[in-house]
Every structure is written in structure tokens, then in C-alpha cells.
Design a protein around this ligand. Structure first.
Ligand code: ADP
Length: 456
């Protein structure tokens, strides 16, 4: 609407206030040009052609032309249109010729009022020369018709057009506003629903492309939020379950020691062992949570140092010796030639530890685990293989997610669902490739490749 009003204001301003001005300037320019053309044609063309030019230019530019001889008498040919102040007016024309002679440039440009019609008139004049001799005079008369009546007509027309267009603009803007605003309005209402936590909200992007794109973006955000929400719920459920179970056990066994087994050293030690192992489990969970949140915060920096990878693998496998001896697990280590690597030793240790720990937890009944070091041209490949159930194809992409735990394992495994998330975070920080090959019923091989190898 504002745009329409501005356009019309400009139109009114120029059409109504400046029309007279424009018109006058146009007439002045056309009179001057006509005079120039006729005078030019006199000096260049034949008499016949010259009078043709007089008539043509007179018609085209709506001016009266009078050709006078050198005594200021009218020559035979002239071009007369309408109201004319120079046509056959002997004396006054002679006066004009005198003025031409008196002027320095040999040209006169006058604006006079016609006493009969009351209109302003432009009278232009110049000498007609061939070589150095003056052959006569050329007078030219153009009427400046007042544009008041034209302005009135335009005004009326403009008024009607303005009214029609304002109504049209109003209807159009109303239609457009509704067309643009309605889908946005619908989407805003749905977004409010979503903000209240309703993840089943539908976003209707009908209307136009941008609304559809907005709706699609919000549907995507809704799906992501819904995933985060589910994960958060699972997290709370898992964490509270994982924390509550050892805490309940701790309390129960502490009470048992107080009330029953306090005096029985064998029973008491048994109960204390359980308390210790449950405390370990709690510590494991809390540590994993802390490690992962630190890694994910992006604030942790790598502190690379050089170390021999075969030695480090042997050392970590050695830590599982107690467990292997106690529960009959066998970890087979196939080292390659010792290679010095340069990476964050503490974090890489944790990766290897988590992979071996998982392999022990999920290996088959034969309790075999294989750790291999394979030196390649551009790094050292480390593989940890087990003989367990393997992982289903569609689960493989999920196992590295936080708190993802599969329930389909033969054995009840103590875990937090964070081990592989820590592995992933550390390897990503180092920019190392990693992955898993798995065959259902046969086992899985987790691998990663250390690229920062020191040249020998
Ligand atoms: P946790 O072992 O504490 O459950 P992880 O993040 O280490 O958590 O592992 C996530 C899930 O990936 C496990 O619950 C298990 O289902 C699967 N997984 C990990 N390692 C193996 C493996 N070696 N064999 C089979 N499944 C595995």
C-alpha cells in the first residue's frame, strides 16, 4: 500500500505541478531546433527544397514560419498554423528584423503575450544568409498553449486510476499477506506445540516453497529433538539404574556385615569383596561419564608422546592377566616389529583397554580373544578379535553411540554403554580410522589405525 501511495504521489507531483514547465521547455527546444534546421537548409539546399523544409518542419513541430526578403517583406512561401503573430504583419515583422540585425548573434528569442488570445508566444528569428550576403530573414512563431485544461483531464484520469489501483493494491496486499502469513502462522502454532514437548506435532508447509522448506527444517529439528529426548530419557533410566543397583547392593551388604556377618570373618570378607567390586563398578561408570563429557566438551587437548606400540600392547594385555587366570580367558597377542608411535598415550591406552575389555565381555564360551599388531607402510593397524555372537549389520552403526547397549548377549555383561563412545571420541580427536568387521555367530574384530608413526 505504501509503495502504491508513493508511486502515485510521484506521478501526481510530476504530472500536475511540472507539466507546464516541461511543456514550455519542450516547445522552446523544438522552436530553436526548427529555426536551426530551416536556416541550415537555406544555406545548403535549393529554393524548392528549402520551401519544402519550411513546410515539413512547420508541420512536424507545430510552428508558424515566415520567410522575409532582405527588406523585411514577406516572401512567397510561408507556413501558417493556427494563431500566428508573425504572419503578414508588415510593420511588426520589420521591427523584428531590425532587432535581429541589432543583436550580436543575429538571432532573437522572444516570449510575448498575444493580446488577442492572451496566450504566450515564442518568437524566434534569424537571418537567412548565403555566403556573406544577407538574403532575408526567417521568423518562427510557436504558441505556448496553457496546459491547465490538459492538467484537469489528467487529474481526473489520475484520480480514477489512483482509486482503482489503491483498491486493487489493497486487495492484492490482503491476498498476499494472507498467502504468506497463513502458512507461517500455522507453522508458528505447530512450533509452539513442539516447544511444549509434543514431538508428534505435524508441520504443514503448504502454500509456497519457502514455507515448505521451513516446515521441512522444523520436521528435521523435531526428529532430532525427539531422538535427543529419547536418549535423555534412556540416559536417565540407564544412569539411575546403573547407579541404583550398586548402591542398593552396597547398602544391603553393609547392613549384612553390621547385623549378621560382622563376627564371621569368612562371610564378612565375602561381603566386603562384593562391596569393593560394586564400588569399582560405580567408579567405572562415574569415570566413563566424566571421561566422555570431558572428551565431548572439546576442551581436552591431546598430549602426544613417543612410545613403542608393541610394548604398550603387551603391558595393557598384562593388566588383564588377573582376570584371565581367574576366569579362564585367553588373550593371544600377535605383535609385529616394534614401532615407535607418537600420540596421546593415556587416551590410546584407554581405547585399547576398552576394546580388549569388550572383547572379553562379549567373546564366546571358548573365552578366546586375539590382539594383533600389523605394521603397514603408513601406520600401525591394531585389531582386537573375539569369538562371540557378532553384531547385527544394522546395529553396527549404533554401537559407537552413547549409552547404546544391546541386550541380546548370552552373558549378563557389566557395562555402561559408554566404552565405545569413548573409543570413538579419542580416535576422532586423533583423526585415526577405525571400524568393526563382524560375522553373526562367529565374532567381531574391532580395529583402528595409528597414523603417527616415527620413521626409523
Ligand atoms: P558396554 O560394553 O559398556 O555396554 P560399549 O559402548 O563398550 O558399552 O558397547 C556398546 C555395545 O556394543 C555393547 O552393549 C554391545 O552390545 C556391543 N559390543 C561392543 N563390543 C562388542 C563385541 N566385541 N562383540 C559384540 N558386541 C559388542
Amino acid at each position: 500500500m505504501i509503495f502504491t501511495i508513493i508511486v502515485f504521489a510521484l506521478l501526481w507531483f510530476f504530472q500536475i505541478f511540472f507539466l507546464q514547465n516541461f511543456y514550455e521547455r519542450m516547445r522552446i527546444r523544438s522552436a530553436a531546433k526548427s529555426m536551426e534546421c530551416i536556416a541550415d537548409s537555406y544555406s545548403r539546399a535549393s529554393k524548392e527544397d528549402f520551401y519544402d523544409t519550411v513546410n515539413r518542419i512547420g508541420y512536424e513541430n507545430d510552428v508558424c514560419v515566415q520567410v522575409l526578403d532582405k527588406y523585411a517583406r514577406p516572401a512567397k512561401k510561408k507556413h501558417v498554423i493556427g494563431d500566428c503573430m508573425i504572419h503578414d504583419r508588415g510593420n511588426s515583422n520589420a521591427a523584428l528584423c531590425e532587432m535581429i540585425d541589432a543583436s550580436d548573434s543575429g538571432v532573437i528569442r522572444l516570449k510575448v503575450k498575444n493580446p488577442r488570445s492572451g496566450y504566450d508566444m515564442l518568437i524566434y528569428g534569424c537571418r537567412l544568409e548565403s555566403g556573406d550576403s544577407v538574403d532575408g530573414y526567417l521568423l518562427l512563431n510557436s504558441v505556448l498553449v496553457p496546459v491547465g485544461s490538459t492538467v484537469d483531464i489528467i487529474k481526473r484520469q489520475l484520480m480514477i486510476i489512483t482509486l482503482i489501483l489503491i483498491v486493487f493494491a489493497f486487495i492484492l496486499s490482503l491476498y498476499l499477506a494472507r498467502r504468506i502469513a497463513m502458512p507461517i502462522d500455522r507453522i508458528t502454532k505447530s512450533a509452539e506445540q513442539l516447544a511444549k514437548g509434543d514431538f508428534n506435532t505435524k508441520f504443514d508447509g503448504r502454500g509456497y516453497l519457502e514455507a515448505k522448506q521451513l516446515a521441512d527444517a522444523l520436521i528435521y529439528a523435531e526428529n532430532e529433538l525427539s531422538k535427543v529426548d529419547t536418549m535423555q530419557r534412556d540416559l536417565i533410566a540407564n544412569v539411575s539404574h546403573d547407579l541404583r543397583t550398586p548402591l542398593t547392593m552396597l547398602k544391603a551388604y553393609a547392613e549384612m556385615i553390621r547385623d549378621l556377618s560382622g563376627d564371621n570373618p569368612v562371610k564378612r570378607n565375602e561381603h566386603l569383596e562384593i562391596i569393593i567390586s560394586e564400588t569399582d563398578r560405580l567408579a567405572l561408570l562415574v569415570n566413563d561419564m566424566l571421561d566422555l563429557s570431558k572428551l565431548e566438551s572439546g576442551k581436552q587437548k591431546l598430549t602426544p608422546s613417543e612410545f613403542g606400540i608393541s610394548g604398550k600392547l603387551g603391558e595393557i594385555i598384562g593388566r588383564f592377566k588377573g582376570l584371565s587366570d581367574k576366569n579362564g580367558y585367553q588373550i593371544h597377542f600377535t605383535p609385529d616389529e616394534e614401532r615407535t608411535v607418537c600420540c596421546d598415550v593415556v587416551k590410546i591406552e584407554q581405547v585399547i583397554y576398552n576394546l580388549i575389555n569388550n572383547a572379553i565381555n562379549y567373546t564366546g564360551d571358548d573365552k578366546q580373544v586375539f590382539v594383533r599388531q600389523i605394521n603397514c607402510a603408513d601406520g600401525v593397524l591394531i585389531e582386537v578379535e573375539d569369538t562371540g555372537d557378532g553384531i547385527e549389520e544394522d546395529k553396527i552403526k549404533l554401537i559407537f553411540d552413547k549409552y547404546y547397549r544391546s541386550e541380546n548377549h548370552k552373558r549378563e555383561v557389566v557395562g555402561t554403554g559408554l566404552g565405545l563412545s569413548i573409543v570413538k571420541a579419542v580416535l576422532k580427536m586423533h583423526n585415526y580410522d577405525y571400524g568393526v568387521r563382524s560375522t553373526l555367530g562367529k565374532g567381531s574384530t574391532f580395529w583402528f589405525k595409528i597414523n603417527d608413526v616415527k620413521e626409523k
